[in-house]
Design a protein around this ligand. Sequence first.
Ligand code: MG
Length: 389
Amino acid sequence: MSPASGPKRIVLLGATGSIGENTLRVIEAYPEHLQLVGIAARTHADHLARIAQRHPAVRQVALFDAQSAARARSDGHFPSGVEIHEGIEGLKTLATLPEADVVLCAVVGVTGLEPSMAAIQAGKDLALASKEILVMAGKFVMAAAREKGITLRPVDSEHNAVFQCLADNPTKDISRVVLTASGGAFRGRKIEQLADVTPADALQHPNWSMGPKVTVDSATMANKGLELIEARWLFDLQPDQCQAVMHRGSLAHCIVEFTDGAMLTHLCPPSMTFPIQHALLHPLRLPPVEPALDLRQPFSLDFEPLDHARFPLLRLAIEALRSGGTAPAAYNAANEIAVEAFLSERISFLTIPRIVEQTLEQMDHRDPTDLSAVIDHDAEARRLAHTFL
Ligand code: MG
């Protein structure tokens, strides 16, 4: 739904996180093509106000946390005339703004689900950075997008890479989609060496600069597991067609293998501005906002098989992917609880997969009939995971 002329008007949900920051870099580099018209965050009102000051077309903002919204209204740091919405209804108002062409959802966790569905139902182009949305409710989100004739624009670097490699190739010609994994902070270590690692150790990602949750998920490989589930829905694949391979350099983001044995990959530096720029401007291609790979410097691409015993959360994700139904939602919920507990130093690194495994074992995984069944299952998995802490 691009306007006939003038810039595409963007709503950014999750404006103050790491994806949000990179999205703003892209929007600010191309003011003639992209215009920010709405922003939302969880609690960071002052940060949101500074963004609104730089973007005069932003007239509507939302804060998920009602207290932060109330404070923002009384503090008056927002430019005058800006309307401040709150809660999940506030996020949905932003996701369906009549003037918006593209909604980029980078809200962490399950909070992004309802606003993303609302954006699709309002006929907006949806750029999706929050992987939990498809992991939990891929069946419903993809059905709604198909019904509205909307193509989701993946923002996650690997999925954006797959999207670009697939181009117009029909799904029936894909034999498999392989996502690359850097291995995260502890990739050189054996599993026995991980008993005493701290949150600070886990947050040292070798290649990517990202938020804390996804950085820990990279070290456990839960991130790749969630991405395999995401790929299954985005590209309409069978579980066994979604695979992962270790690639330490994070320069190649996927390998798409076709039925004739041809393999395509996508190369760019490990920075989110590349996939975000593609997701926002597609099908338009413009120079990147930071340097592309420099082919005057030597570089190599090495790939190694992933050891599933070394990464129990990858194995559990693949099992959840194969089980289908609500199993991926439970996997995601239990992992979120466990990572939160690890980051606040309540559990050890190696306890994270144990909590996820126990939660998955104790729950019944059924085929959800509607979105509320998924949301209930998510809440139940969270409750159960807490009991294992
Ligand atoms: Mg990724």
